[in-house]
Design a protein around this ligand. Structure first.
Ligand code: CO
Length: 145
């Protein structure tokens, strides 16, 4: 019985490890004002999603700041203007109910990470960078399957 329990625990551990791996997203942003992904897909089996954002450029965050901000596509314009209102003091990063997730704003050579509850399967979600002028290009679809 003890051995059976051990096997069960071990297999649970392995499956949860494989699981957590799929729930992490590696995203990069550059000095050319672009994300390296236009689409991110995560499994609805993920309880939480972690987005690791890496700024591969050299410019400081005051000139080429990048963040990862997720919302419903329908809320995206309001979320982007909330980022503008936050201003340089608030790192142009929006807060509030319409924001599903928002990372810290980073400059070149820096990395950051944000973990959030996986939004509902099938919703229409968009991720953007809310630094002024970036969201027109720095945007993509976030899909929960
Ligand atoms: Co940006």
């Amino acid at each position: 019985m003890k051995i059976m329990k051990l096997i069960l625990v071990a297999s649970l551990l392995v499956s949860s490890m494989a699981f957590s791996k799929n729930c992490k997203v590696e995203l990069e942003a550059s000095d050319s004002m672009q994300f390296n992904k236009k689409e991110i897909t995560v499994s609805s089996k993920c309880k939480k999603v972690t987005v690791n954002l890496k700024h591969t450029g050299k410019l400081p965050k005051t000139a080429m700041g990048h963040n990862f901000v997720l919302s419903l596509t329908s809320d995206s314009p309001a979320v982007i203007s909330a980022g503008m209102k936050a201003g340089p003091g608030g790192d142009y990063t929006p807060k509030g109910a319409k924001v599903i997730a928002a990372s810290e704003l980073i400059g070149g050579g820096k990395s950051t990470s944000v973990t959030f509850t996986t939004p509902k399967k099938g919703g229409d979600y968009t991720f953007v960078c809310t630094f002024p002028g970036h969201s027109a290009i720095m945007r993509g679809k976030f899909i929960v399957k």
